[in-house]
Design a protein around this ligand. Structure first.
Ligand SMILES: [Zn+2]
Length: 233
């Protein structure tokens, strides 16, 4: 990822990816057009969005930020009614917005979040949660078809210490949740884990009473050694 000031125009994106998106998702394109006056100029490559506008576009179209830099849109395939996207987990993937309480309502409405409330992800004052994590949880919930109880989302450094979390825990960055599996049947647990793979969670760790899910940029699956270390990631 090239480092750039947020106000600068990002003239290394591929306008044809934006055109592909606009053709595929006309409603979203209309929304982008209403929000950004220069949208049509971005389509033709006459002008380019700024970094922040690009983040806005990735939200509107529901695609990873990094897609705009590719030669063409990655292929999506349907699996059991769930759209799963095969993506290259590059650094760009980790470009979720950090959603605060103030940002939540508008963002959640725009992204049609039906299953979760902000307070399920963030219980501490001043906390935040990563938008990519929320989108994945929403898709996972839809896939599972049963409620998912989040026992821990964002954690402050102090809270993380209290619960014995790993020092570089993804919870500190609002990029992880723990989902309770208390009372789950084996088939529910299977569905939760399978769904977590399908929607593209990077880290999936099975603990005795919960599953930890995070959006790290590599695939990582483990059955916890919780009892040995007494740590919870
Ligand atoms: Zn965790």
């Amino acid at each position: 990822m090239i480092c750039m000031a947020r106000g600068l125009k990002v003239d290394i994106i591929n306008p044809s990816v934006l055109r592909e998106l606009a053709e595929k998702f006309p409603d979203e394109a209309e929304r982008a057009r209403r929000k950004y006056k220069r949208f049509d100029k971005w389509l033709t490559g006459e002008d380019f969005p700024t970094y922040n506008q690009l983040v806005g576009l990735s939200r509107i179209f529901g695609v990873p930020f990094g897609d705009f830099f590719l030669d063409r849109l990655p292929e999506k395939k349907e699996c059991e009614g769930l759209v799963c996207v095969k993506i290259d987990l590059s650094e760009d993937w980790d470009m979720g917005l950090k959603l605060t309480r103030d940002m939540w309502d508008e963002w959640a409405a725009e992204n049609k979040i039906r299953f979760f409330k902000f307070s399920e992800f963030v219980k501490e004052e001043g906390g935040f949660i990563d938008s990519q994590l929320v989108l994945k949880m929403e898709r996972l919930r839809e896939y599972c078809g049963f409620p998912l109880i989040i026992t821990s989302g964002y954690r402050s450094a102090q809270k993380n210490q209290e619960v014995g979390g790993a020092s570089h825990s993804y919870h500190l960055r609002g990029e992880a949740v723990d989902v309770s599996i208390n009372g789950f049947s084996p088939s529910m647990l299977y569905r939760l884990l399978r769904g977590a793979f399908l929607v593209g969670f990077g880290g999936i760790i099975l603990y005795p009473a919960h599953v930890h899910l995070d959006i790290r940029g590599v695939e990582y699956f483990a059955v916890s050694d919780y009892n040995k270390q007494g740590k919870t990631k």
